[in-house]
Structure formats: structure tokens, C-alpha cells
Write a protein that binds this ligand. Structure first.
Ligand SMILES: *Cc1c(COP(=O)(O)O)cnc(C)c1O
Length: 487
């Protein structure tokens, strides 16, 4: 036993691990709370900071009795199909408890004090292995708070790269955007977080140009046209493509050709693969093929809290060179870093790694690598492949069923009603019905609404490790919910 771990905590956690269950506070098949419970819970929330504290026991027991009923306890459960939510694997949940118990701040590499930075480095290598991405091709690696933060990193790295290429004497991270050449993001069906990222890194939302794939042009043709036009105006370009578009689960095709264009025009290629990267974990060659070419990106965004089934919050970012990140997030090349943050370089028997502090936004942060490490070791490649295959199989079954219904229209399937990945996009044929609301009000499953080709639609995303584990019950719950709202 590790002497640093208090015996009691160690036993509590080990007992949980023996049951191979994660803790959930109520029936995980009820996806959300309800307005009555939420109102009741809200009414019991103190209106102001208490003068005298309640103490730990009273606070927690009161919270569990009065407040917890207001949370969406089934959001980490098998029938919550909103957004792309994922769940929490038991090993990840226990790893997260341990993370809090040790409360490591992991941003400075101090190998004589803690293993944390080395464990994080090893964990990120394992993620690359899981995704069949060559460890040596992506040396810039960092754990973020989510795909949004990763997209900010991607656009920041791209911004520095394209400006440096146009003006080798100019360092935008040192001197700012005023005086720098303009930068545009040419994007294929960007997630809204790409717009947020453009705002944060000073490119500006209006400089995100959606490349139209409709009509007679392919994406590559439309992209080439946009690149010729923008390069004539001396604009630096970041190309942002979608691996797993959020409404459809579709992938930007033909990465090889896109890479060639980026090389010709000096553009940075960013791949938003928040959940789509996990197509590569599938046992099906056709599914894996959807995410071909991921290694051609200069930077890759992915998520830990979605299909990797880690607790919120956890995102992943990879770039080909560590220097891409250090140029933005590292110390100033003119003035150097803070002396007190000087990290260890000569580690004797241990490898040296760059302090995560120089690779991402935060100077202090949670030891997010630990739940990730626990999940990867507990599941192994086979465990994750089983989850990804089961989730995709579930979505495909729902898609096929919807395709055969008079009352429904499947929007992201082929002629046989096969959806590309783990998202099912559909609408009801009945006019004037708020389908999302009707489904969610019944409280059996949860879906999210979206707009598709100007009209409302519903998306059902399958990414929870529990979905479909109980034989046919989750599938039947979806079918029953969809049948009951159109009856
Ligand atoms: C979910 C998602 C994001 C945003 O990710 P967060 O983890 O919520 O910040 C970005 N891009 C795509 C494609 C996504 O699916």
C-alpha cells in the first residue's frame, strides 16, 4: 500500500473498484431531472452566504437530500443522447477521486518531487497509440479543458505559423496582430467553437469563411478557389476541417488533396476531431477509413470527456511540433520565463519533458491525466474498441429503424438508412410539431434539437460506454419514445 494514501480512503476506493461500477445517484435510465424537482431543489438553495458554516456533514447530507434531485443524474447514463456527452468509466471515476485526494498541480515538470508530468506524458502517448497516430509525428501534446480550448490552441498555433511564413521578421505572440498580415480561417462546417476560437486569438469571427460544399463544386474545388483568392490579397490561411461534424458525424473527405493545397499556399491544417477521431478505434475498416488522413493535420483537436468516457472536463490537443505550442504559450524569447518556474532539465534516470505550463492556456490546473490513464489501462485497446463498435452499431440500428418509418425522415443516412458514425439526424414528418420537446418531455430518453437545411431537426448521439450493455432495453427505450410521440 502507498503510505501516502490514507488507509480509509484507500479502502473506500478499493471497495468501489471491486464492484467495477461507477457511482450514480439515481436511476441512470431517467436521463434528466424534471421541473418540479428542480424548483424544489432551487427553493432550498440558500439565498446568501451563511455567516456561520454548516460544517461538512450537514452540508453534504443536506445537498444529497435537497439539491441533488435537481441535477440531471442520468446525463452520464445510457439513455442520454444529447450533444455528444459520453459517460464516465468506473476506472476514470475512481481515478478522478484520487486526483482530488492528491490535488496535484501538474504544470511544472519537477521530476524529483512528483511523477505527475511523466505520467501525463506517458498517458498522451497511449492516447496516440489508441488512435493509431504515430507518436513521433505529433510531438506537441497537451491536455485541455475540452475541444473548445483545443480549437483555441489550434488557431493560435496556426495564426503564428501563417504570419511567420508571410512575415519572417514578425512574431505575433510578441508584438500582437496590429501590424501583422491578416489571417482567415477557411472552414468546412465548423463547430461553433471555431468561431469562439477565432474571436479569442484575434482573428475575428467574421474572418471564418465557411467553404460551401453545395452545388456543383466539391469541397476541394471550393477550397482551392478560396485559397487562390485569399493568397492574392496576402492573407494567411488556416484550413479547419471536421472529423465528425456535430450534426451528422460526417468527415471532410480527401485529406490528401487538402494537405497538398495547404502546402502550396502555406496554410495551416487544423482538424477538429472532437469525437470523430474515435472512428479510428473501430474494428471496422470502413469506419476507420472515415478518419484516414488525420496524421496530415498540423494540429488535431479531440475530446476526453466525450467518446473516451472520462469525467468532465477533459480535452486533447496534438500538434506536429512542440515548438508550435511553445511559441504561443511558452516564455517570451526576448525576456525569458519567470525564474521561479524554471524546470528541471537534467533528470538522471528519468526522461525530461517540457512543463505543460508552456504548452497550454493554464498556469495551474487539475491532474486530468490521471483519470485518463486509469481508463486507458483498465480498458485497453480491446475495451475501447468494444465500446466504439457497440455505440456505432446502436446508432446504425436506430438510423435503419427511422428510415423505415412513415412518420420520420432520416437526414444523414444513405439509401439503406446507414448513418456514417454514432450520430442519427432526423425529423418528424408531422408539420408544426416540436419533436425535440415532445421526446424529452416524456423523460425516457434525451436528444438535442438542431437546425438542418433551415428547418428544425433532432440529433441523437451515442457515445456512452453503458448504452446497449443491457441487451435490447436501451434500444427499445428509444423506439418506444419515438413511436409514442407520433402516435
Ligand atoms: C463537442 C465539440 C466541440 C466542443 O467541445 P467541448 O469539449 O464541448 O469544448 C468542438 N468540435 C466538435 C466537432 C465537437 O463535437
Amino acid at each position: 500500500m502507498d503510505p501516502a494514501m490514507p488507509t480509509s480512503a484507500f479502502n473506500v476506493i478499493l471497495n468501489l473498484a471491486r464492484s467495477d461500477q461507477s457511482l450514480s445517484l439515481s436511476d441512470p435510465t431517467t436521463p434528466t431531472s424534471n421541473p418540479v424537482s428542480i424548483k424544489k431543489a432551487y427553493d432550498s438553495v440558500p439565498k446568501e452566504l451563511p455567516q456561520k458554516g454548516l460544517g461538512t456533514e450537514k452540508t453534504i447530507s443536506w445537498l444529497l437530500e435537497n439539491i441533488a434531485q435537481g441535477f440531471a443524474a442520468g446525463q452520464s447514463g445510457p439513455r442520454y443522447f444529447g450533444f455528444v456527452t459520453g459517460g464516465v468509466l468506473p476506472a476514470a471515476q475512481l481515478g478522478d477521486f484520487i486526483t482530488t485526494i492528491y490535488d496535484q498541480n501538474v504544470q511544472v515538470h519537477l521530476p524529483e518531487h512528483s511523477l505527475s508530468t511523466l505520467l501525463e506524458a506517458r498517458t498522451l502517448e497511449m492516447v496516440l497509440d489508441l488512435l493509431w497516430i504515430d507518436r513521433n509525428a505529433f510531438k506537441g501534446r497537451v491536455i485541455t479543458t475540452g475541444a473548445t480550448a483545443s480549437n483555441i490552441l489550434g488557431l493560435a498555433c496556426g495564426r503564428d505559423y501563417v504570419i511567420k511564413r508571410l512575415r519572417p521578421d514578425y512574431d505575433v505572440s510578441e508584438d500582437g496582430l496590429i501590424g501583422a498580415p491578416p489571417v482567415k480561417v477557411l472552414a468546412e462546417r465548423p463547430h461553433l467553437s471555431i468561431l469562439k476560437a477565432a474571436a479569442v486569438v484575434g482573428i475575428g469571427r467574421s474572418n471564418v469563411e465557411s467553404i460551401n460544399t453545395g452545388g456543383k463544386y466539391t469541397f476541394v474545388e471550393a477550397l482551392e478557389e478560396a485559397m487562390i483568392r485569399n493568397s492574392q490579397g496576402g492573407t494567411g490561411m488556416i484550413v479547419s476541417v471536421s472529423f465528425g461534424e456535430v450534426n451528422t458525424g460526417e468527415f471532410t473527405p480527401n485529406l490528401k488533396k487538402i494537405r497538398e493545397l495547404c502546402d502550396i499556399y502555406g496554410a495551416w491544417l487544423h482538424i477538429d476531431a472532437a469525437f470523430g477521431a474515435f472512428a479510428r478505434v473501430s474494428s471496422s475498416p470502413a469506419t476507420r477509413g472515415l478518419a484516414d488522413g488525420i496524421e496530415l493535420g498540423d494540429s488535431i483537436t479531440s475530446d476526453g470527456h466525450k467518446w473516451l468516457n472520462l469525467p468532465y472536463d477533459c480535452g486533447l490537443f496534438f500538434s506536429q511540433n512542440e515548438s508550435d505550442l511553445v511559441s504561443v504559450f511558452g516564455p517570451s524569447p526576448r525576456t525569458g520565463g519567470a525564474a521561479y518556474l524554471k524546470t528541471h532539465t537534467d533528470d538522471g534516470d528519468l526522461p525530461s519533458v517540457t512543463s505543460p505550463l508552456y504548452l497550454g492556456i493554464e498556469n495551474s490546473r487539475r491532474f486530468r491525466a490521471l483519470p485518463m490513464f486509469c481508463a486507458l489501462v483498465a480498458m485497453g485497446r480491446e475495451g475501447y474498441t468494444e465500446v466504439v463498435d457497440r455505440n456505432i452499431g446502436f446508432a446504425k440500428r436506430i438510423g435503419k429503424w427511422i428510415c423505415g418509418q412513415e412518420s420520420y425522415e432520416l437526414l444523414n443516412g444513405n439509401e439503406e438508412g446507414e448513418v456514417p458514425l454514432n450520430v442519427v439526424l432526423f425529423r418528424g414528418r408531422k408539420e408544426g410539431m416540436d419533436l425535440e420537446k415532445a421526446i424529452n418531455e416524456r423523460g425516457k430518453i434525451y436528444v438535442t434539437g438542431t437546425k438542418w437545411e433551415g428547418r428544425s431537426a433532432v440529433r441523437l448521439a451515442v457515445s456512452n460506454w453503458k448504452t446497449g450493455l443491457d441487451g435490447n432495453e436501451d434500444f427499445e427505450a428509444v423506439i418506444n419514445a419515438l413511436e409514442s410521440v407520433v402516435m
